[in-house]
Design a binder for this molecule. Sequence first.
Ligand code: GDP
Ligand code: MG
Length: 163
Amino acid sequence: SLPIVAVVGRPNVGKSTFVNRIAHADDAIVHEMRGVTRDRSYHNADWRGVHFTLIDTGGIEMGDDDAFQSSIRDQAFMAADEADVILFMVDGKTGITADDEEVARVLRKVDTPVFLLVNKMDNPSKMEENWEFYSLGLGDPRSISSTHGHGTGDLLDEVVAIL
Ligand code: GDP
Ligand code: MG
């Protein structure tokens, strides 16, 4: 079976936009399970001849803060269990939130390799301005723009190199 790359992160950071840019069109297999936390869609993707399965993790349940944070943790643990590489996406426009920190806390402990993606860095001349995200403790932040495509090729080069 193909190597698995899972995209995780809080709602609205741009996970689905990224996946739809990278994945082959109209081939998603959506696994709808009880509780939206567990929803994920599986996509065929390849980069430079390396084929892999790309997982878009679905909505995280909104509710009281405790339920929300625990479903965020579940999502990260499930991805770590299932994936060969995790892409943890944050929003470069809004900066770090408490929910980002919660996911990071989980991902710092897993053995699965994690890339920290700073999305919505739409201005190519300001791609380097992502220093604040070093504080998440997950190595070098990789700036990308999922809508424009900046940075996604370099990132995928690094990802497929370790698949
Ligand atoms: P998800 O909830 O993490 O799957 O996020 P979506 O992919 O649904 O995107 C949430 C919103 O962010 C949408 O309005 C997207 O158009 C927007 N978005 C996604 N990627 C980018 C980006 O690179 N730049 C900007 N400016 N907006 C983006
Ligand atoms: Mg989505």
